[in-house]
Design a protein around this ligand. Structure first.
Ligand code: ZN
Ligand code: ZN
Length: 354
């Protein structure tokens, strides 16, 4: 059997992207988004352009990693199998069909159009996202470690929290633990005291957390380049009947989502399973966001689990299950876990009590 070089490519995602590009008759694919570069090459570099020229005969694609003077030595060291070239030596081909990422800044897009006025620009972002959505074993281990650290930080933060503290003070407590034990925050920690939890992305302010009030915290530590994500609510010792009812409802929706998360289900089917629990209880309009999202080098990645999502879940994908009910002026509850899709179901990576 004839062996092609593409199978030997040290970078399987680059080989897979090149294969898709060849099918779309692209002469070249250019990747510059930091998270995309990281996912394709393993290299952390915020000023890179990966130039991938697919080969029509199935051989390994010709790949060049362009970066600036500051990064050349580090990139050569971390990716010895890549051809690393200084931007000043950028070599254009006679490219007529160019694959690009539609997430690039408008300035970069206009530059690209200016440099190749006759070329057809084809968006390949979805292809890259599809490759990133299925994590490698190393990425899964890194994200599981970040989520475990997030659990630990949550446990420590709860010991530090005292009624009378403001939301900002509690946010600082979590930040300090994330800086001490991890690589900082993956996103701005959300802390909502009492009725502020009704705003799902409330910005922590000087609101005081009073004794007997519920608290909502949405937090994710960054560790070794990847993100964690989890939301927990602290139930007051004597919750109102309404708070207890809503908490139990959201927990039921969260559990239904986890039970349904498995290979083959689409993002919208998964969203519906959890949403139906809330809708049937009469709170459908109080759950105004998507059920979940992928997590990886970025806090929001593919696949999404929303009412419109056609992503089909596969083993190795990660998705959050985060239903919520928000009653303005009264209360808000969201419970978020991160799950890994396995061969026959899912594994919950968040272990904090709920
Ligand atoms: Zn979150
Ligand atoms: Zn989330």
């Amino acid at each position: 059997m004839k062996k092609t070089n593409s199978g030997n490519c040290a970078y399987p995602r680059i080989a897979a992207l090149a294969k898709k590009a060849a099918r779309r008759r692209l002469d070249v694919v250019m990747i510059g988004n930091e998270a995309n570069v990281r996912a394709l090459t393993g290299v952390a570099c915020d000023n890179a352009r990966l130039v991938i020229e697919p080969s029509a005969d199935g051989a390994a694609p010709r790949t060049t990693f362009y970066t600036d003077f500051r990064y050349v030595p580090a990139v050569k060291r971390t990716a010895p199998d890549l051809k690393v070239v200084d931007f000043s030596k950028f070599a254009c081909g006679k490219w007529k069909r160019i694959g690009f990422e539609s997430c690039i800044p408008t300035r970069d897009y206009l530059d690209l159009k200016g440099a190749f006025p006759r070329a057809k620009l084809v968006d390949v972002l979805k292809d890259v996202h599809a490759l990133r959505a299925v994590k490698t074993p190393a990425e899964i281990a890194a994200i599981a470690a970040a989520e475990a650290l997030n659990d630990e930080i949550w446990a420590r933060a709860q010991e530090d929290f005292k009624p009378g503290m403001t939301e900002k003070e509690m946010q600082r407590v979590i930040r300090a633990w994330m800086n001490a034990l991890g690589d900082g925050e993956a996103f701005e920690t959300i802390v909502c005291a009492g009725a502020n939890a009704a705003e799902c992305h409330h910005v922590p302010d000087d609101t005081v957390w009073r004794d007997g009030e519920p608290l909502l915290v949405d937090m994710g530590v960054k560790l070794a380049g990847v993100c964690a994500d989890m939301t927990r609510c602290i139930m007051p010792r004597k919750p109102t009947a309404e708070y207890r009812k809503i908490y139990e409802l959201v927990l039921q929706a969260n559990r239904a989502g986890i039970a349904a998360a498995r290979p083959g289900i689409t993002g919208k089917e998964l969203d519906k399973v959890a949403r139906d629990v809330i809708r049937k209880a009469g709170y459908g309009t109080a759950f105004g966001h998507a059920l979940g999202h992928g997590v990886g080098y970025e806090i929001h990645e593919a696949p999404t689990a929303s009412r419109k999502s056609d992503w089909k879940l596969e083993p190795g994908m990660l998705v959050t299950i985060e239903p919520g009910v928000y009653l303005p002026g009264k209360l808000g509850v969201r419970i978020e876990d991160l799950v890994l899709i396995t061969k026959d179901g899912c594994e919950v990576l968040s272990h904090s009590a709920k």
